[in-house]
Design a protein around this ligand. Sequence first.
Ligand SMILES: [Zn+2]
Length: 92
Amino acid sequence: MSRFRPPGDCPVCGSHVPAGRKSCPDCGASAEAGWNEDAAYDGVDLPDESFDYNAYLEREFGPPKVRMNRRTLWVVTAIVLFFALGAGWWWF
Ligand SMILES: [Zn+2]
């Protein structure tokens, strides 16, 4: 739950937390309380997670627009072939 570990900057108030401390000397946030990280950074964490998910999709499958266009192209090609074959049966 608590990703922050001293030494480093307190995720709640930004003060430096020395190594070995289990709580912030400035605001009192502690590892047991999760450094209040979820409450303080809830609005920041959610967009970051969705951005990472989109970046993962782009790495695996390419940009969404290209993926959409390629799929649309295949659908159009299938429809054209279907009607071309259908017209061929009618003509012959
Ligand atoms: Zn603090």
